[in-house]
Structures are given as structure tokens and as C-alpha cells.
Design a protein around this ligand. Sequence first.
Ligand SMILES: [Fe+2]
Length: 271
Amino acid sequence: METISTTQDVVTFVQITDTHLFSDEKGALLGVNTFDSFTAIVQDIQTQDIACQALLMTGDVSQDHSDGSYQRFEQGIQPLNKDCYWLPGNHDYKPSMSSIYPSAQIKQATHLLAGEHWQVILLDSQVEGCPYGELSAQQLEYLAQKLAEYPQRYSLILMHHHPKLVGSEWLDKHCLHNSEQFWQVVAPHSNAKAVLCGHVHQDFHQQHNGMEVITSPSSCVQFKPNSNEFAVDKIAPGWRSLSLLPNGDIETQVYRLSGTDFLPDFDAEGY
Ligand SMILES: [Fe+2]
């Protein structure tokens, strides 16, 4: 368990997700150089000058499973000078990931006590070799245990895969497959406030069973919302800030790069 302390009552995080990095600096996903777009995202975070306590990386750090891709992420976030907490996505390769992390800036934690009023629970929804997600019995039990252990703290739950359909058939096939079990575990706990995911490469924010379900833009290619077939979007890469307030509310904002430097190949038929 890690503790995030703050002198104020509010804890602020910056989320970077789905960087899809390669060990090769020229590595591209659907025509977007993922290291260049990630570097531009880090610069944008610096420009916005958000007073955040830590960074959250919600999976798909790598596209090629290489140790070098994980090193690239580590080097890339250095200018932000903040601890970063991460969890694996479907594209991540745990042996490479765990040979590079934890590192000085990238911490290993599945539970954060964030300020006086919140906890953050990081879950692993990866099913090795599969694009969809699932929470193991052990992960579900861990979630139930942490929600029960700190009933006085509001809870932000992190995992790569989305537990609520976003309305795109091709992406929703690869959602959290046992999301019903997830919702059953959180239902008795009124302290569970929000679930934050990556994976869908788009900004999505809806209520479900009294909780907020939030997903975020990738730092590279964006997927078009409400498209039943694979489609990339014409909007720029982005990132998200989240401030956890003492009354249980979350203030959150999506930021996107300006310009058209990182638009993908619109003829792509899949990734
Ligand atoms: Fe993913």
C-alpha cells in the first residue's frame, strides 16, 4: 500500500493511457508515431501546469512487448517528475513490464490511500493473449476487501477494460467480460464512487448503478465513438486530469493536443 499525501484536501491525478510504445523510436500505430505523440502529451501536461500529486497509467504501455518500450515510457514521463502508478492492459507483456518496473518514478501498487478522504484500487483485468478483459476471483475478492476495509474513504477503481458498454460493437466485444460480477461486488459499497479505464481510446463519462464510469483518450490513436465497426477518429490525442474532492465528488477534464500532427491513417481496417 502506498500513501499519497497532500497539504490540501483535494488529491489530483493526471491519467495517461494506451501509449502503445515500441522499442523502435520510429514505431507507429495506424500511421501515428506513438513515441512522438506520447512526448507531445507529456509536454502538454507540463504546459498546463496542473498541480497533481501523481500520474496514473491505465494500461497498454507497449505495442511490441519489448523491454525497450517500457523503458521509453519510463524515460518519457521523467520531465513530469511525479510518481506514476500503473496496471496492465491487454497489449502489455507482464514479463517485460516487471523487468523494467518498478523504477525510481514508476511505482508498484495496487492500493493507494489518497489524502484523507479517498482510496484508489488498481485492478488487473488482463487475460493473457486476449483483447477482452476479466477480473479473476482473486481480483474481485481484493476489490471487495478494500472497499470493506476503508468504508469511510471514497473509492476510485482503476482497471484497463471498460465494465460498461461504450456503444461500439467491435470495442464492446473486448470489454470486461465479467462486468456483472464487478457490479455485484461494488453494489453494497456506497463508498465506491468511480471506475476509470483505458482501452477504448475515447472520452466516455456516464453514470452506472450510482457510480461514474470514465474512460479517456489514448496518447496516440483515437477510436471513433458509437461506431459498430472499427473506425479511427479525427480528433487529437489527449489525457485527463482528475481531482478527488473531500465530499466524494470528482472534478475531471480531458485535454487534447492542438493541431493535426498526430492524426492516423484513415484507411486502416483494424489494429
Ligand atoms: Fe487495450
